[in-house]
Design a protein around this ligand. Structure first.
Ligand code: MG
Length: 388
């Protein structure tokens, strides 16, 4: 039986890598739907190559252009945010791979969970913003959520060595980003250019900045909390600059099980598509004899305050994580546009968290409200400080 895959966010880096993985997997896996926000040129090119039955463009302004590019291709075009939901709900879809940047993909992820699909989650927002709700939605509808984030894929793989009760703690590894070793004082003066120069992973600008602030790892703490149903005090972060060990699980007997590999997203993407099987992959093979040294250090919680905030956010629960995520998205946007300093990103997030009235056991609507509130707060605060 061929597995039919919908890729939400097929023109981004994860989406493009997923298509390479699917190419190599052969005829057992086929693409039934693709989506993009506005890069309709590449979306049309992918549609010509993979012949999906559906393509979705979430920015409706580009729908006309997409139809032009598609020409006489036999494919149904879905548009707007609801188009993404429709793509996730397609009956023949077995696996939904979601790699939509930002909170915009949330309704589609919930739609897939409600339909009991195998859901491969590559972007952090669904689990960060709505992890508790999403996990229960999937559980209640017979769906399964598989992590594509390299660290969580590693933990998920290591977890196969024992039961959930036998886990003592989870150790998330982090490259440390471009500012590893920078003091709390020196980080005040870093530039946009420096923040965009990641030493290991080649990713989009938003995620690269998240890696520089270590918000990326902060989100991963929250993701792990929900994905693996782990109390947050059993989740640790370990700096490992070589990014060869993608994360580790310590079991109650003292055994530590890790997953290693070249820093290549094709491995976690493929595992989420072929789980519970493993098949021959396209990733470069790990040669530990060529690497020879792997190093580790404790994270610096003074320079990277985002990490400390993540633990507080998990303890607050409810809408706090939605605010944490949205304030970051809005602040990073300001930073990329040259409107604020690097350190102001986390300051703005902290400001929003302090000002926010946390609502516990929140619905998706309430989470989205908190999201919108935080974005507005960031904009307002930035405008006020520019005028001042
Ligand atoms: Mg990661």
């Amino acid at each position: 039986m061929t597995k039919q895959i919908a890729i939400l966010g097929s023109t981004g880096s994860i989406g493009r890598n997923a298509l390479r993985v699917i190419d190599a997997l052969g005829p057992d896996y086929s693409v039934i739907a693709l989506s993009a926000h506005s890069n309709v040129e590449l979306l049309a090119e992918q549609a010509r190559l993979y012949k999906p039955k559906f393509v979705a463009v979430t920015n409706p302004d580009y729908a006309g252009q997409l139809c032009e590019f598609l020409g006489d291709l036999d494919v149904e075009v879905l548009t707007g945010p609801n188009g993404l939901v429709e793509a996730a709900e397609i009956e023949d879809v077995d696996i939904v791979l979601t790699a939509v940047v930002g909170a915009a993909g949330l309704p589609a992820v919930f739609a897939a969970a409600r339909c009991g699909k195998q859901l491969a989650v590559a972007n952090k927002e669904p689990l960060v913003v709505a992890g508790e709700l999403l996990m229960s939605e999937a559980r209640n509808n017979g769906g399964v959520i598989l992590p594509v984030d390299s660290e969580h894929s590693a933990i998920f793989q290591a977890m196969q060595s024992g039961t959930r009760e036998e886990v003592n703690k989870i150790i998330l590894t982090a490259s440390g980003g471009p500012f590893r070793g920078t003091t709390a004082e020196d980080i005040q003066n870093v530039t946009l250019e420096q923040a965009l120069a990641h030493p290991v992973w080649n990713m989009g600008p938003k995620i690269t900045v998240d890696s520089a602030t270590m918000m990326n790892k902060a989100f991963e703490i929250i993701e792990a909390r929900w994905l693996f149903d782990m109390p947050v005090d059993k989740i640790e972060v370990l700096i490992h600059p070589e990014s060869i060990i993608h994360s580790l699980v310590e079991f109650v007997d003292g055994s530590v099980v890790a997953q290693l590999g070249e820093p290549d997203m094709c491995i976690p993407i493929q595992y989420a598509l072929t789980y519970p099987q493993r098949v021959t992959g396209i990733a470069k093979r790990l040669r530990l004899d060529k690497i020879s040294t792997l190093t580790f250090e404790k994270p610096d919680l003074e320079t990277f305050r985002a990490l400390r905030l993540a633990y507080e956010v998990v303890r607050s629960g409810g809408t706090a994580a939605a605010v944490f995520n949205a304030a970051n998205e809005a602040a990073v946007e300001e930073f990329l546009a040259g409107g604020i300093e690097f350190v102001t990103i986390v300051e703005l997030i902290e400001y929003c968290l302090n000002k926010h009235d946390v609502k516990t056991s929140a619905s998706v609507e309430e989470l989205l409200e908190a999201d919108a509130w935080a974005r507005k707060e960031v904009k307002f605060k930035v405008q006020k400080s520019i005028k001042a």
